[in-house]
Ligand binder design. Structure first.
Ligand code: SF4
Ligand code: SF4
Length: 153
């Protein structure tokens, strides 16, 4: 139950903050398309675009039929909670800290889409200030340290 609570209050691995895409197995592509979700064709294979259109109010609306890579993904925070290395309140505090850091980037870069993706565009276009860059690094390092990994998407 606490694992579900954590993910329902987090959703960072579905809302575009951790991943730009989720790779799909070849046999999953048609089913994902039938659900009206955006599938990107890449050299490395088909992938589900993020933020995921199946995510509504922090919940996966196709949870029982979600693609295999979604099913198998566990971030480091999830794994730590599952192993009782951290309690739910502390895990939720980590999510809140991540949201605070991402929110600081978003406030500095108004617009649509995940804040770190906005920052990549701003950097490419040459208008990422040193102050905002520092916020991006602060948020990115926190996500890397506390969320990414354990299993890979
Ligand atoms: S990033 Fe981790 S804690 Fe957050 S929803 Fe995904 S698996 Fe759950
Ligand atoms: S299908 Fe569900 S679990 Fe997979 S990325 Fe979308 S919202 Fe997340």
């Amino acid at each position: 139950m606490s694992l579900a609570t954590l993910c329902q209050r987090c959703a960072l691995c579905c809302d575009g903050n951790l991943f730009a895409t989720v790779p799909l197995h070849a046999g999953e592509v048609d089913a994902v398309r039938r659900r009206g979700l955006v599938v990107l064709e890449r050299d490395a294979g088909a992938a589900l675009a993020q933020p995921c259109a199946a995510l509504q109010a922090q919940r996966c609306t196709i949870y029982d039929d979600r693609p295999g890579p979604c099913r198998s993904y566990e971030c480091m925070l999830y794994a730590a909670l599952a192993a009782d290395e951290v309690g739910l309140d502390d895990a939720l505090a980590v999510v809140a800290e991540a949201r605070t850091r991402l929110g600081a980037v978003a406030a500095a870069l108004p617009g649509d889409g995940p804040p770190l993706a906005r920052a990549r565009v701003a950097a490419r276009e040459g208008h990422l200030s040193p102050e905002t860059h520092a916020l991006v690094v602060r948020a990115g390092e926190f996500l890397e340290r506390r969320f990414r990994g354990h299993t890979r998407r």
